[in-house]
Design a protein around this ligand. Sequence first.
Ligand code: GLY
Length: 264
Amino acid sequence: MLVAVTRGVSPDIGHCELTHLEREPIDIDVARTQHTLYERVLEDLGCRIEHLADEPDFPDSVFVEDIAVVLGELAVITRPGALSRRGERPSIERALSPHRRLAHIRAPGILDGGDVLVAGRSIHVGLSTRSNVEAVEQLRRIVADHGYEVFEVGFRGCLHLKSAATAVSNDTLLINPEWVDAGTFPGKTCIPVDPSEPNAANVVRVGDTVLFAAAFPRTGGRLAAAGFDVQPVEASELAKAEGALTCCSLLFDVPNPIEHSTQE
Ligand code: GLY
């Protein structure tokens, strides 16, 4: 079964990190309502939600994705590029340690999970203000025994690689070609977002369903036309904090409890 690790919206979200956006007021109640609906959609799709305790002192702590990269074999705890986010790690380590062996990115490496796009056995890491080549080298060594290939990716125009590209299947990506070149992903089919929706490339795969931000119906339509089972999710308020759909969960497989107890 799938587990989704999530965390509620910090009351201090108004002081979140911003890189490409101007600060504008965030309605905390709307943000929390949308986040709860996001969790409900994940639950309806079969995920078990592990909702972590709030971290009021960490404005960006709802964006749990940045703190770990969870693979089938292990979880890599990142060293976030923003100093203000490093204190988010202990609670994520505690949440993941029952499920995965943990490895760590160490200084001078910096890595945000939002820059790490996993598609099958390919791991594409965006080089950004939050993620550097030292971290890519460390990640490459950490996963070397598990058959993954790790690629460095250049991109522009957005904070994290996964605002420019996400996986809709192991061999198909949704990309904004203005922000990342399709040629960066050899062997993958790339579907471009609708040109009027530059922020639409961040989608979440949950089993056979692809969640897309409701603000981007044209891109959702493109995915549907390509044969994907799509579902819109409202995410407009946290978008003001430079967060998107993938940012709000760590999704990974765990053994189905029923199958597990049958084997014992
Ligand atoms: N506000 C999202 C981030 O910077 O990490």
